[in-house]
Design a protein around this ligand. Sequence first.
Ligand code: PLP
Length: 375
Amino acid sequence: MTTTTNQLPDNPYLLLTPGPLSTSKKVKAAMLRDWCTWDQDYNQLVQSIRSRLVTMASSKPDDYTTVLMQGSGTFCVESVIGSVIPKEGKLLVLTNGAYGKRIAQMAEVLGIYSIVLDAGETKPVNVKQLEEVLKVDSSITHVALVHVETTTGMINPIADAARIAKQYGKTLIVDAMSSFGGIPIDVAALNIDYLISSANKCIQGVPGFGFIIARKESLKACKGLSRSLSLDLYDQWETMEQGNGKWRYTSPTHTVRAFDQALQELEEEGGVARRFERFTRNQQTLVAGMQRLGLQTLLPSELQSPIITSFLYPDSPVFSFDEFYSRIKQEGFVIYPGKITAAATFRIGNIGDIHLPDIERLLAGIERQLFWKMS
Ligand SMILES: *Cc1c(COP(=O)(O)O)cnc(C)c1O
């Protein structure tokens, strides 16, 4: 029998979900002490995390800064959308799934003038249309898009979108929630102004906060723009800078300590490039195994990220996702329902402390549970 560190008595199943996800035992163990939120030890930990994230994200670390923000990833996206667009600004959102739509929804709730270019759920965001619109509408000031649309597992062409946005002088916001730390991204090379991710995705920490990698020159212009007090990105940044790692309001101390451990484990693994290889191997092994069992992916491989994969329901009247889910859970894995209207799908993530033997055990478990093929 294959064993992994995740097969502990207190961990009855592995999470194959895109966050919260399966974390290492050491990440969980790092939370077994209390930290004072304004003590120097803790603030130094925060500063170290901030600078390691900038180095990871940018080939020009001096031009960028990291702001940590309480809450789940959505709170961090909302802090950017609500804090960086002036009253007279206008946001263009490129969408092809639920997370892109959520950005558009934020703009609506916050009363930000915006337009949405939707590509549908199974096509990459439309960069050609972006250029056509930017050519004629000079009132647009900001462009936002999602890197990996976790709704389907699609990887969007951020380099192409970034090139066009910059050609027209727009501020660029990228939701890289489910990709940062698992897919190499250089914010300086892509000219990204704000990149958003969270603790509980590819860096393999536990939930509780997210972070924004921001170009200093862009963020400096945002004082007083925020439409929210607690989600004010500029104020949070200023407090962290002036207080040497101090947060405004209670910080998620245990989560931050666990994140520090998770970052260390990412470094020990060999950095983002090595992690990208592991996730890619996991994903390719998963798809090859599923296809062998007669299950097909929603997306063609060229649009597919190494993060999470959507599979079409098998073509059988007997198939029910609820039954499939509970059978696979008994095998020791939690999978994810689908989230699109275009087709009936379920999703399997392969990020987190998940390794090839785990994927092989999963495939063996699924093979035992092909109930729609049994009679
Ligand atoms: C996970 C995720 C988010 C944030 O979701 P939360 O539930 O708030 O953590 C945002 N965008 C993308 C692409 C995501 O995968």
